[in-house]
Write a protein that binds this ligand. Sequence first.
Ligand SMILES: [Zn+2]
Length: 314
Amino acid sequence: MKLIVALALISGLTATPVMAAPYTFIEGKVPKGVQPDGNSIVLEGPEELLVIDTGRHPAHTDQIIAVAKAKNKPITAIINTHWHLDHTTGNARIHAAYPGARLYASTAVEGALKGFLAKNIEQAKALLDDPSAPEERKTDARLYLEAINDPANLIPDQPVKGPMSIQLGARELRLHLAKYAATEGDVWIHDPANKTVFAGDLVVVPLPFFDTGCTEGWRQVLAEIDQLDFHTLVPGHGLPMDHAAFSSYRQAFDAFTACAESTAGTASCVAIWRQQGAAFAAMHPDPKYVDAALTYYVDQVLRVPAKRSEYCGK
Ligand SMILES: [Zn+2]
């Protein structure tokens, strides 16, 4: 079991150790050749636990359940920051262990189940029928089909439709909804007493994932978060960072997306993230991956008018 308590913050190019974290951080892995897991966070109340995002692979979700077993407290609530399956597939496994866990999420998942998430069904079935397909990819295809065929574990019983609070003992968690940012509805969480923000995929290391993103709404919510008083921000992928590192992430995000919206060459936009987002890009072991992903997002997503209007709800 690899449980990683947040011991290090990304601060510019250096890591700063902190003594204790008011949460348990379970890092989502992005292994080669298989789909990623998003980060998960476990927050502890007097008699209960709350989980932010549940991962994709059973091995990831089982780390969350292991935390609950070790603390001997039930998981009573799950918050999904957004509907991407690397953050939500584990809901079913958590619910199986803790049937009383209430699900807080945006209702954007309902549209996604009919649209984006339904797009790869045939491809996944074909892969399962292909004797030459690697076993890990088949496992991912099975997990995907199981998740989308089980909407009860994805659709919230507590929809987040705007700002709301959850009380965890004396601790107040403030939930916010960003519309048309990384997805049509992103939930982000502010823990004011601990000066912590849980941002989901509004912040991703080594680079933002624009697969279902709308740059205008996304820039807006990053600006809103930057105004808050916080010390630590936990991203959807990658290690927690301090406020200064987040501000530099935001500046790099603004510059990169402004470039993608201009007529500048793709390579010059990629160079902007490589330079202004260098501290984050460097967190990926393969610079070629970073360049290829940024190039893909500029050419195949951000500059495709049909995708812009779909993901911006226009
Ligand atoms: Zn993710």
